[in-house]
Structure formats: C-alpha cells, structure tokens
Design a protein around this ligand. Structure first.
Ligand code: CA
Length: 225
C-alpha cells in the first residue's frame, strides 16, 4: 500500500484529502506544520507528499528544500493562487506538480496517481546502469552520479537525464522530453526548460557543465562522451 503524507494546516482540507486518499486505497498521515511535516517525512517515509505552501513554523518551500537535500520523494505543492505556479516554476524548487486551491479531491487524486506512475510505477524498463564518461544513471536505484558523487536530482530531473542519456548525441525535442518526464501532466513545453536549467546547474556543480547542449529550435542533446 502506498503511503501519502499530507502537510496542511487547514484541518478541513487535510481531513477531506485524507478521506479521499484512503477510499482510493492509500495509507495517509497528516502534519499541521512544516516542522511536524519534516519529522513525519523522516519516520513515515511516504511515497509522496502533498505539501501546502503557507504553513506555520516552516513553510512548504523550506520543507521541500530540506527534503531535497536528502531525497527525491515526489512532492505535489498546494498553492493558494493559480499565478503562484509560474513564480514557483521560476524558483526551480523541484516540486513535481502543483495544484492551486480550491481544488476537487478528484483532481488531486488524478495528479497523485500521475506523479506516482511517473516516479515509481514500473515505468522503467529492466534495471540498468547507463555509463557515459563520468556520468552514471542508475535506473534501479533511481540515482545519477558524476564520479560516484550523487547528483541529488528531483524525480523529473532524473527522468529528463535518463531519457537524454539513453541516446547520447541525439537531439531530442522539448515535446518528447515532456512526454518522457511528465507524461500525465498538463505542463507546457517551457516547463522542460525550467527543469533542464536546474538539472544543468546540478551537473555544473558536479563538474560536467557542458554535458547537455541546447539544440536551437528543437530541444536538447546529451553530448556523447
Ligand atoms: Ca496553509
């Protein structure tokens, strides 16, 4: 049974979401502030987190930052305004999806299913490690490393890198990358640019800044080592 952690200070929303998730066969835990949320994340080890942004003690952005220094647990943000989504995409925080309030539980469940499918649901072929020069992409451990050092990628960044690394040298369109990394999302192609920017930043910090090339008018390509 998959475990979902709900971090939301509004008890009505939290209870409604938990009720619907349990009806759908998920296990749930709830936390009402950011500190309790992080604590539960450590002990409960959820498969996915539904994370409100405006939270007491530690806001959702801080909670996500802390989680991302340790793990790629998929996160769906609950935002107070639709316009906030664009701002958040710009921040490149590494959330995997965003839902703005008010939302119907059915919508949330569709998003949760999509993110879980993307992240874990057997979407990868047989476990394998792709080795490209200093870079290794391990689809079994869902981990990418440069010279054995983990890159700490979000699930979406990992999928992007994996897709690029499968066919090094090939120019891949934004549309194809979008389909490969966020198949059930209604994200736009520019969302790929945002994730790609973060991915490149992490690769740069790991010492391989030029691994991914922009292919004008098409998308991206991983340079053959
Ligand atoms: Ca709130």
């Amino acid at each position: 049974m998959q475990k979902i952690l709900i971090v939301e200070d509004d008890p009505t929303i939290a209870d409604t979401v938990a009720l619907f998730l349990r009806k759908e066969g998920y296990q749930t835990e709830k936390a009402r502030d950011g500190v309790a949320g992080l604590e539960l994340w450590r002990h409960y080890q959820p498969d996915l987190i539904v994370l409100d942004i405006g939270l007491p003690k530690l806001d959702g952005l801080e909670v996500l930052r802390e989680i991302r220094t340790h793990a790629s647990t998929p996160v769906i943000f609950l935002t107070a305004r639709a316009e906030e989504v664009d701002e958040l995409l710009g921040l490149g925080l590494g959330a995997d999806d965003y839902i703005s309030k008010p939302f119907s539980p059915r919508t949330l469940i569709a998003h949760i299913k999509a993110v879980l499918r993307r992240f874990g649901g057997g979407s990868y072929e047989s476990p394998t490690v792709l080795k490209l020069g200093l870079l290794e992409v391990d689809t079994y451990r869902v981990m990418a490393t440069v010279e054995q050092e983990p890159l700490n990628l979000t699930p979406t960044e990992f999928k992007l890198l994996h897709h690029l690394a499968r066919t090094p040298g090939r120019a891949i369109s934004r549309f194809e990358l979008l389909e490969a990394s966020m198949p059930e999302s209604d994200a736009l192609e520019r969302a790929v640019d945002s994730h790609m920017k973060n991915l490149r930043h992490k690769l740069g910090e790991a010492g391989v800044p030029d691994l991914i090339e922009t292919v004008r008018g098409v998308g991206y390509r991983l340079v053959s080592p």
